[in-house]
Design a protein around this ligand. Structure first.
Ligand code: BJW
Length: 228
């Protein structure tokens, strides 16, 4: 590969063939629950038990899935590529880590972590988060929430992501619809920096025309083909 620094953005599509639901595909998560109810701070304030139930079920679902060839290919790229590889994921699962990727940047948080909405303390999440749980740091009851980024909240590690994006000479977007900002804007940031940009997705994303190249098909085939 003629590149020295690669930034990879992944979305729900990379985990689809592992059996993890995407959001906006037919039968996806947003066809079953209203995002306003489960993925906003206002929804959590209205009905925290329902939100806990939604994320507890998704956390439990992770026990029964495993990384697919796309996750493994990215871990191999990181091990074997002579330059630098950064994986930024919008996913809250841990399939990149289970495949062997290191230093994955979880811009929308992680199902495995809990956050105290009162004092900001983070820690490992119990399997079942509930309104009964008290924060170990500040003792507040009912403040504990999944450590994930909801609509209207600031995604995590943005300074680091923009620094890595500025340094990258190749930006690759995998398995994301390009419907949610700021991640949907990374391709334009990368282009403005003069980087090459590549989309690997089942179908054309909302921003497909912005990429220097787009390949369409299942991630389990496209990602290993790209890495090899
Ligand atoms: C396959 C496949 C296979 C299937 N192989 N492919 C303009 C600028 C900035 C912000 C905004 C803006 N306009 C609006 C906003 C606000 C808002 C927003 O974007 N709204 C849009 C709906 C318009 N954004 C926010 O509120 C964000 N915060 C924010 O902007 O703060 C201010 C800020 C501004 C500027 C810089 C910095 C900060 C926060 C967004 C938080 C999103 N949270 C969620 C939930 C997280 C927790 C959870 O998982 O429950 O994140 S929503 C949900 O969507 C989740 C995902 O990470 C995210 C993206 O979804 P993704 O991954 O793309 O999945 P899908 O289902 O949409 O697509 C799957 C794709 O895979 C499809 O294309 C399939 O074809 C494909 N696929 N199978 C390959 N086998």
């Amino acid at each position: 590969m003629q590149f020295q620094s690669i930034l990879i953005l992944t979305g729900a599509g990379i985990s689809a063939e592992s059996g993890v639901d995407t959001f906006r595909d037919v039968g996806g998560i947003w066809s079953k629950v209203r995002l306003e109810d489960v993925a906003t701070p206002e929804g959590f304030a209205r009905d925290p038990a329902m939100v806990h139930d939604f994320y507890n079920q998704r956390r439990a679902g992770l026990a029964g899935v495993k990384p697919n060839p796309a996750h493994h290919a990215l871990a191999r790229l990181e091990r074997e590529f002579s330059g630098s590889v950064t994986v930024v994921t919008q996913n809250i699962d841990d399939l990149h880590e289970r495949a062997g990727s290191r230093g994955v940047i979880h811009m929308h948080g992680e199902l495995a972590k809990a956050l105290c909405a009162r004092c900001g303390t983070r820690g490992p999440s119990p399997d079942q988060l509930s309104t009964e749980l008290a924060c170990r740091q500040c003792g507040s009851l009912a403040g504990m929430r999944p450590d994930v980024v909801w609509f209207g909240e600031m995604p995590y590690h943005m300074d680091m992501i923009y620094d890595r994006l500025a340094a990258a000479d190749l930006f690759v977007s995998i398995g994301t619809s390009g419907a949610v900002y700021p991640a949907a804007g990374f391709v334009e940031d990368a282009r403005a920096n003069g980087s090459r940009t590549l989309e690997l997705n089942l179908e054309p994303s909302a921003g497909t025309m912005l990429f220097s190249e787009a390949r369409h098909g299942p991630a389990s085939r496209l990602v290993p083909d790209f890495v090899d």
